[in-house]
Structures are given as structure tokens and as C-alpha cells.
Design a protein around this ligand. Sequence first.
Ligand code: FMN
Length: 520
Amino acid sequence: MNNNINEILTYHNETKHAPSRYARSLGYMDWATQPDPFRSYKGAPSLSLPMSLNNTTPPYHLIFDKEVPAAPLLIESISQFFQFSLGLAAWKQAGDNKWALRCNASSGNLQPSEAYIILPPLDKISTQCSLSHYAPKEHKLEKLCEFDSTFFDTLEKGSFLVGLSSITWREVWKYGERAFRYCSLDAGHAFRALQVSAMMLGWKVQVVSATKDSELSRIFGFDQEHRYIKEEAEYPDMLLSISPLQGQKISLDTLIQDLPKEYKGSAYILSRSHQAWEMIERIEKASFSDSVLREEVSSLPIPRLPSLESKDLVLKRRSAQMMNPKNASLSQEQFYTLLNSVKESMDGFENSANLVLFVHEVEGLEKGLYLMIRNKKHLSSLKRLLRQSFVFEEIREDFYLLEKDDFRSRAKSISCNQDIAADGAFSLGMLCEFSTQIEEYGAHRYKELYWECGAIGQQLYLEATALGIAATGIGCYLDDTFHHLLGLDSNQFQSLYHFTIGRAIVDDRLMTLAPYHHLD
Ligand SMILES: Cc1cc2nc3c(=O)[nH]c(=O)nc-3n(C[C@H](O)[C@H](O)[C@H](O)COP(=O)(O)O)c2cc1C
């Protein structure tokens, strides 16, 4: 086994939460060093994007239909694309405290994900190809470089690239060593947010496969180390191709060759001082590697009931702080709509995550532990590896009852004692094929597994919003307590993200302000 894979497995084990020991962190909030959630580049020319809040968007249930006509690539469509994916969705205020919320959910709302866009020459942006950073607070682009290239000549007209990256420090500040996991989950949320926003415009988002992190670093300029302070470095997550057409083959050689060696702008400092976590440096280094091509799969759209206009839905998506146990019940139709919305692959590659559900209140289903299979190849291994007393009764295709019981108190204690896991209709853990995936595809796969789980999370949030119910991601859970409940004693499968769905109790003391009121 190579060293990087060893590092990954060590990091994963060391950052498990256990009842007797949570993963190492500062243990308190050092407010004086709280990182700025908005990165900005000093000296980079900025370009305000026109607001898209008044644009008309298709109804949410129709955007998954492959027939939404593709919008032309214009500054206005780029604006809408970012506004309804990574843009601000609202501000909340309690007393003197005011904080921004975005369309993409983020662990602790610390927002480690950043986005960059590479465009062909485009009216009102540049007469040349350009690379810009998206700055959501002002809804603007910060132009880092302009260059001539034939790169876009090889792609379908209207195509462009978006890069997602993470500033680990933003999550490390609060969560210490477990922070790398949260950054990767957040990248998955951001990916799905971009994909859904693209669907509103009839565009297709694909993860560019078999990329090297060293190449992505070069493309986004993260290897120009003097533009960042070391503690606030960014590392690349994924490169996305956005196009009116699915299935483009992309070679980055020409682009890399044509990009200038030096970009404009150096990153403003986010915090006054920093904590150093050796474990974080090690996992960043070990996972900084190459993605390996995996089996591609196609997916089918699922039928949905009529819903809100898609922009209203993504702006309305919020995490429930409290669930109402007295009004938790969901109909079977709502329940299966939620599950079906995440059944198919979202990135075009074979699924790794299956869902283990604590069903508390779903009409017509007994309370109990259930399994939804997202990759049929995993069923026989799971039957062999999970607790032998589980009944594996097939309720419908790919959905099995494992054990009848009231799991509310166990769901709560596994979720670091958070009531939201017990007070909703159901909560779940995303059980991923783990060690074999990392051994087969290498260290990079560790991040990708979290991206898949984050994307499932973002989609569940949106689907819950469409149904008028509420959801919350759960990054704080006791890893091996959950695995032991399932009877798992190896790391062939590991749960990488938890989630809860129910009906929220809304905190009326918080004031809600419009997303861009500060620019009026
Ligand atoms: C990866 C991830 C993990 C999260 N973990 C928790 C959690 O354990 N408990 C919780 O109450 N909220 C959790 N959340 C919800 C975030 O706190 C929430 O997304 C953030 O405050 C922003 O609020 P919004 O989702 O309403 O935009 C998590 C969100 C994400 C994306």
C-alpha cells in the first residue's frame, strides 16, 4: 500500500468522533481569529455581475428534464448561474450579529469553497479568454488573467470551465482535525448547487475526469504561492465543464500552455492569526494527487410533483435548527420522492454511497432501520458484512427493511446527541464503499467520496424544500458507534455524512434580510 493511502486511512481513523473522544479541535471558539468567509483579491480588476434575482426560471420539477433549451453564454446567464448556486440567499440578524447565508449549504456556515471561471472571449467580460474568481458577497468577478488561446475552439460553442477549491483554514478554525472532511463535503454541496443552477439554464455540468491536482493548482494560480499566506492556502477540488452538450472530451494541455505564468491580485488575509494542525497538513499533502477515471453511468430523470419556480426554491433552502417531533410524519409519496431524487448518479460515474435510514415517522412504514441501495453491486457485500440478524426484507426495488424498532434515541446519540436526528421523519447515514475504492483509485478518491455525499446532501435539501419540509446536514456523528450498530467491523464500508429530514420549528427571533440589500 502506498504512503499516501496509508496517510488517508490514518487521517480517517484519527478524525472519527467517539463517545469518549471527539476528533481533536481547539474545543472553543476563538472569535478573535474567525476567518472572513469572503475571499477577495487585492489588485485584481473587478466586474460587477448584473443581478438576476428578477429573472424568470423554469419550475423546479421541470429542470431535470433533458429538454430545457440551452441559454446562450452571456454575462447575464453567467450571473444567473452563480447567483442561484453559490450566491447569497439571505442575511440573518440577531441583535447586533448579522451573517450571510448562501444557496449552497456549508458546515458551520464557514464556507470553505471558492469558485473560479474560465471563459472564452465574451462581450462585456473580455475580448480575450479570461480566468476570474467569483466573489459572492458583491456578486462580481475578480479578473485574475486574460489570455489568447485556441482551447475553446475544440469545445462546443457556449462551453466554459469552473473550478472549485477549498480554504481548509476556514473549517479548521472551528473544527480542528476533522475539518478536511467538512471541506470536501462542502465541495460536494457546491458542485450540486452549480449543477442544479446550470439545469435552470439548460446547461450540463460534468466533472472533468482524470485531472491532476498539480495541473489544477497551476490553472487556478494556487502554485503562485506569494499570492497567498501559507496558512490560508487554497487547494483545488474539481474542475467542471459546463456546456449545452453532455459528454464533451476535454484535454487541458493547450489551456495550461496558454495561461500566463503570473496572475493579477493577491489574496486578502482572512484571519489575524492561525492554529497549525499537523494532521491537516498531512492529509492535504496526501490527497493532493491525481483523479483516476472510473466507470461512467447514465441516469434517468425521476417524475416529480409540480413545485416552485426553481430560483425561489434554491433561495428558500435553509437548514432546520430544530425539528418538530409532534408533526414529523411524511407520506410514502414524499418519502420515496426524496429517496428517488438521490438514487441516480449525479457526477456521471458509478455511485459509491448507499443510504442507511432510521425511519421514525413515515406513513405505512414500520419504524426501523432501512437500507437504500444506490449501487446494486454492493448488495451482496452488505448482506455478508452487516449484522446477520438483519432481515433484508425487500420493501420495493433497492429498498430493504433491516430491523424493526424505534431508533430515535440511537439516531440522536449517534448524531453527537443532536435532537434533529430524532425529531424528524427520518435520518440517515451515507454508507460508502471505502477501503477498496481508495486502494483501487488512490488517495484522491477520499475527497471524491465526500463530494458524492455532499452532492446527495445538497439535493436532499432542495427536494425537501420542494416538498415544503425541512432538512439538515449532520457532519457531527459518532463514526464507529454507527458502524457497530450495523455490525460492521472492517473499513470496507464507512459512513461519511449523515442527514435528517422532517418539519422545522422556525426561530422567530431571527430577522431575515434580502440577499443583496447591502448593495442597494
Ligand atoms: C457538511 C455539513 C455538515 C453539517 N453538520 C451539521 C450538524 O452536525 N448539525 C447542524 O445543526 N447543522 C449542520 N449543518 C448545517 C449547517 O450548519 C448549515 O448549512 C449552515 O449553518 C448554513 O445554513 P443554511 O444551510 O441554512 O444555509 C451541516 C452542513 C453541512 C453542509
